[in-house]
Design a binder for this molecule. Sequence first.
Ligand code: NAP
Ligand code: HSE
Length: 320
Amino acid sequence: MSDGPVGVGLLGLGTVGSAVGRAFADRSRRIDAAAGRPVKLVAAAVRDAQKPREAGDVPVTTDPHSILEDPEIAVVVEVIGGTDPAGELVHGALENGKHVVTANKELVAKDWNALHESARHARRELRFEAAVAAAVPVVAGMRTLGAVRPRVLRGLLNGTTTYICSRMEAGSSFEEALAQATAAGYAEADPSNDVDGHDAAYKLAILISILEGRHYHPDNVRRTSLRGVAAGGFSAAAARAARIRYLAVADFGDRATKARVGPEEVPADSLEGQAAGPMNVITLESDLVPRLVWSGPGAGGDATASAILGDVIAIARARG
Ligand code: NAP
Ligand code: HSE
């Protein structure tokens, strides 16, 4: 990149992509000032060009490869989700000399080695702060902890399940709570990824991979679905001054790291017990630093766009 404008292309213009589009429309001066140069949203690829959207005035195309081939675009932001066609597009973007920013935790968690190798080979950046805990800078935070021996990582990594638990303890049914989480833009396109724990397992695997400096495959995370918790389970927990939350836990033993996600009881007055809505909480215990805690909004268009734009700005600054 020269020190001229940095062109950005979006793959996907759904909940997250539209929030990125609106941010470019609303606050381009702030983004340019943070980047130290103009940053311009050039185009976005979608499936259905006729769908009404609130995404600023970005031109849309149904040909994602045109984004990869556009010489005006230096940074490709992938917010399609899933592995196909997102994987092929991300690898293609790197091969075409684009930097990549993605919110796609499934792709990053499963394809960790090949993606990092593609980026290294292309000498381009691959950034994914938005893939874990949305606005909460926990990917960056974990990267600063290379010298510590982690002991336990524990927390709430999925906003939809925290939302469902907090609504069900207030009397909503599972179906009502899930419908509200979907309407708010917190749930995955297929919400079984949230309630059956795939999403939390991908995020936990990414954090373990960063802390251990090698790929930890999400298939190694033991998953228990939230669906097994009946409404009565929430009132029974309340009677014990407890709450049910969808916990993600990694135990870094001497020999092997054991990881699990699933519904567990936590004290009602704990950080996890107090969390409601799409709040994420991540606590890391290690040898050099006894306890570090991150928390904040872990799902939703604007919260995720904040992390994506942070990555875009970092690339624009570093590559100036
Ligand atoms: P979404 O609302 O389902 O949006 C997906 C977008 O991708 C849509 O605009 C869709 O086009 C487009 N798309 C799908 N297939 C395509 C194809 N073959 N070619 C071009 N465009 C295609 O999903 P989202 O909630 O924005 O999530 C996107 C990613 O961000 C996922 O990886 C998700 O896990 C991650 N994420 C989401 C959140 C959140 O709170 N929602 C937070 C953090 C990370 P149409 O609009 O035309 O259908
Ligand atoms: N579906 C995800 C969640 C979006 O509820 O946490 C944020 O990654």
